[in-house]
Design a protein around this ligand. Structure first.
Ligand SMILES: [Fe+2]
Ligand SMILES: [Fe+2]
Length: 283
């Protein structure tokens, strides 16, 4: 179940207040007491006391805490069952184990919808996930396909709250509150301009730190995000998705929206060349 810190972060997002005392009280260090405080048949009695102390909003945060724990437990269970089923089917040869495949899970789609993502943004995220998986497969490199697929899918989670440059930072905060792995929240935070330098972060008024990408999985996601923009936003005319790759250098050089500035341009060029050379080697 999410630790107190996650409940605190979720309350902060929802209400602007932490309700740390309340969440700490619910998640008592003594497992027996903690279990009593999560017992839904006790919510009426506890709820009355909580409402007296913290008001309506506090009461809601108490109920939400229990709800979030139930959701997290079942998500974990679902993940475990899916993994176990896949492992067993692969073991008996019923399913041919493919190290280079990943499908976006319905549970993740639900997370994005519940966060408030619009249908258009959801479609973009699905498209980026599909493109990232395709690119990863074509490199022939043994990659963490779950990271490629989920990272690409969740990269724009922050668009549930903002379409400005802070959507990376907001996405990472939302992801942490939802209990998503750090590898995913890192991608959300780093995807703005494809891995900013400290100077660029400063210029964009974002927390000043190094956003450099650290793995091929991350680079493929960023590359896929840019390719999907080229393919879908209608700024340039192309006859096929592959043309976005073939003419990538031309597009990011000529279209200001795609290169922003020299530093970003060179960074995207670097990802493109590195990934395309791997694809060429595997052809
Ligand atoms: Fe984005
Ligand atoms: Fe995006």
């Amino acid at each position: 179940m999410p630790p107190v810190e996650k409940h605190v972060a979720t309350s902060r997002l929802r209400t602007g207040k932490e309700y740390r005392e309340l969440h700490t009280w619910i998640d008592d260090a003594d497992p027996k007491i903690k279990s009593e405080r999560h017992d839904i048949t006790r919510t009426f009695v506890f709820g009355q006391r909580i409402e007296k102390r913290y008001g309506r909003e506090g009461l809601n945060e108490y109920l939400q805490h229990i709800h979030d724990d139930v959701a997290a437990k079942f998500e974990q269970l679902q993940h475990d069952v899916e993994k176990m089923t896949g492992d067993i089917l692969t073991y008996f040869g019923v399913k041919k184990g493919s190290a280079l495949n990943y499908t976006v899970q319905q549970a993740d789609i639900d997370i994005m919808k519940n966060a408030g993502l619009t249908d258009a943004d959801l479609a973009h995220c699905l498209k980026v996930a599909g493109k990232a998986i395709e690119i990863a497969q074509r490199t022939g490199v043994r990659l963490d396909m779950e990271l490629v697929g989920r990272g690409a899918f969740f990269h724009d989670l922050g668009k549930a709250k903002s379409h400005a440059m802070d959507h990376g930072k907001i996405g990472a905060e939302l992801g942490i509150a939802l209990g998503l792995p750090k590898a995913l929240t890192d991608i959300m935070e780093k995807h703005i301009r494809g891995g900013m330098t400290e100077a660029e972060a400063n210029e964009l008024n974002l927390p000043v730190k190094d956003y450099a990408l650290s793995s091929l999985e991350e680079k493929i996601i960023i590359y896929a995000d840019r390719l999907v923009d080229i393919i879908t936003d209608g700024v340039v005319q192309i006859g096929s998705e592959r043309e976005a790759e073939d003419r990538f250098e031309e597009f990011i050089r000529d279209v200001q929206k795609y290169h922003k500035n020299q530093v970003t341009y060179e960074r995207y060029l670097g990802y493109h060349r590195e990934i395309q050379s791997l694809i060429a080697l595997n052809a």
